[in-house]
Ligand binder design. Structure first.
Ligand code: FES
Length: 571
């Protein structure tokens, strides 16, 4: 290889600065030849005891390092902010952009020629890809892999999905509290991330569909030896990518995003993928919009029979062939010429893939859902769009008119949902607001509001719900999300009043508040922004700079690729 390495600006030469950069690194026992022209590979590690989905990354990093050494590289592991979904409050999403800044600046400021992004729990994948995309060095993703299937009382239990299901059952009096609590350990019984097709598995599938990982990355269970083998091969490959100067921007093309949207429809993927892919596209400057989600995803059947849309789990998906087999099944719809990190095209990568279980990966003749692509609704209630996942919804509710029951905040919802006198029936539209990017802040996953106990007791299991929030990728229901602009930014959602009629039509992609324009103008004149938008610290920065969901909820000042130019010397 004749190309000059970026890391040579630190480790090359004989001057004082090169002495400093090498000498301190040598306190870790590295021999001299580590600094003589080997590609330096950063391993961006999100391991944390507080992110249980990524805690096993301390072990997974070892085979990556072996692969890097074997291929002639010099591995350097560094920690970055770890956004753990299950613990972080108010929501891990509020920290996605912060983590992406950490990743971007850590890569640019250090002697790094290429990067392995070690991703797992929901927000750790987009935050690392966003940060790396703003640097545009050769980069490859390795996901940590899903947990083994949960089993409880002889039945499969899926991360998240069965939490929602069991908690509704316990509130409806169908199961006891003891049974509910005993499911905790059965659900999470091995290292790895959520093993439903929630946001973590969706984002692992998205990076594979985008071509950012080696084939097979999404589905191999975290504890399967083949996950460690993939880590080893990922380590070897990133060194080759540096030698080939195969940068992220060569992989993250519009064709790659088109493939990802189609795969999202075919896996029944999380609505969270919408904001994450839009944010990633914003970093590389690819022309990819909210409407592309509908345009590319329209008519794509959901084939993966996985919770929350279906009945199986990621372990089953791996045995059935995983993402390569699923992509093979929809290959007629894909951009097969899209380049991937292994230097081959998507078409070449899936050429030999086979489906081994037609119940887990359905055939095109017998899909799980005929039209599974995410739907973008627009209208006077969501001028900049709202999102719905048909594969998780009740078909009869996809064309619906109902009276609004309005919850001004999540606290308002919690205070009133159990009230036996709440004026609500199964045809009502539950409206929750001030839970968007600025309002919550971070647009927490509260959009799938639990139903009123009095209706649960009557056997009602789904209703139309509408909000500017997100919902967990593991959740289900006829839930309209990401309404933009959000209420806290003065969007029309702020103007809805109790008893207003709302009409949604998935066929027409419309969402309308059936109140005349003059009345809405009167209400708008009396609207005042909610309190709390001028907080200090990171929360305040977040609220002042976060953009709306329809463009990915990134910070306005982080858009674009700033490259990996070598910063000024430090001494
Ligand atoms: Fe980490 Fe679900 S909580 S992936």
């Amino acid at each position: 290889m004749s190309r000059k390495l970026r890391s040579a600006a630190w480790f090359g030469g004989t001057g004082k600065d090169a002495f400093i950069h090498r000498s301190w690194m040598k306190n870790q026992g590295h021999p001299d030849d580590m600094f003589e022209g080997r590609p330096v590979i950063g391993i961006c590690n999100t391991a944390s005891d507080l992110t249980p989905c990524n805690a096993h990354f301390r072990q997974l990093v070892e085979p990556i390092k072996r692969g890097i050494y074997e291929a002639g590289g010099f591995p350097v592991e560094f920690p970055v902010f770890s956004c753990g979904e299950s613990n972080l409050r108010p929501t891990a999403m509020m920290f996605r952009n912060l983590a992406s800044m950490d990743v971007e600046e850590a890569i640019r400021g250090n002697p790094i020629d290429g990067v392995v992004l070690l991703c797992g729990c929901d927000k750790t994948t987009p935050s690392l890809v966003m940060g790396a995309a703003s640097c545009d060095l050769p980069s490859i993703v390795l996901s940590g892999g899903p947990m083994l299937s949960g089993w409880h009382n002889g039945k499969k239990v899926g991360s998240g999905t069965d939490v929602w299901r069991l908690s509704e059952d316990v509130r409806a009096g169908v199961i006891s509290m003891d049974e509910f609590l005993s499911a905790e350990a059965s659900m999470s019984r091995s290292p790895g991330h959520c093993m439903t097709m929630g946001t973590a598995s969706t984002m692992a599938s998205m990076v594979e569909a985008l071509g950012l990982s080696l084939p097979g990355n999404a589905a191999i269970p975290a504890v399967d030896a083949r996950r460690a083998k993939l880590a080893h091969l990922t380590g070897r490959r990133i060194v080759e990518m540096v030698n080939e100067d195969l940068r992220l921007s060569k992989v993250l093309t519009r064709d790659a995003f088109e493939n990802a949207v189609k795969v999202n429809g075919a896996i029944g993927g999380s609505t969270n993928a919408v904001v994450h892919l839009l944010a990633i596209a914003g970093r590389v400057g690819v022309d990819f919009t909210l409407d592309d989600w509908d345009r590319f995803g329209r008519d794509v059947p959901t084939l993966a029979n996985l919770m929350p849309s279906g009945e199986h789990l990621m372990e089953d998906f791996y045995y059935a062939g995983g993402i390569p087999a699923l992509m093979k099944r929809i290959e007629d719809r894909l951009q097969l010429g899209a380049l991937t990190v292994n230097g081959r095209t998507i078409g070449e990568n899936i050429a030999e893939a086979q489906v081994w279980n037609n119940d887990v990966i359905r055939t095109l003749d017998q899909p799980l859902v005929d039209e599974g692509g995410l739907v973008v609704l627009r209208g006077n209630l969501a001028p900049d769009g709202a999102v719905l996942k048909p594969s998780a919804a009740t078909p009869d509710l996809l064309e619906h008119r109902g009276r609004a029951v309005v919850f001004d905040t999540i606290e308002d919802y919690k205070a009133r949902i159990g009230d036996p006198d709440l004026p609500i029936d199964a045809t009502s539209v539950m409206v929750l607001r001030n839970c968007g990017p600025k309002g919550y802040p971070g647009m927490a996953e509260v959009g799938n509001m639990g139903l009123p106990p009095k209706l649960l007791a009557q056997g009602v299991r789904d209703m139309v719900r509408l909000s500017d929030a997100r919902m967990s990728g593991t959740a289900y229901g006829t839930v309209i999300l990401h309404v933009a602009p959000e209420a806290a930014a003065g969007g029309p959602l702020a103007l809805v009043r109790e008893g207003d009629e709302i009409a949604i039509s998935v066929a027409n992609r419309s969402i309308e508040l059936l109140v005349d324009a003059a009345e809405l103008d009167r209400r708008r004149a009396g609207w005042t922004p909610p309190k709390g938008l001028e907080e200090s610290g990171y929360r305040g920065l977040y609220r002042r700079h976060v953009m709306q969901a329809d463009t990915g909820a990134d910070f306005d000042f982080l858009l674009g690729c700033r490259g990996a130019g070598i910063p000024e010397e430090s001494h």
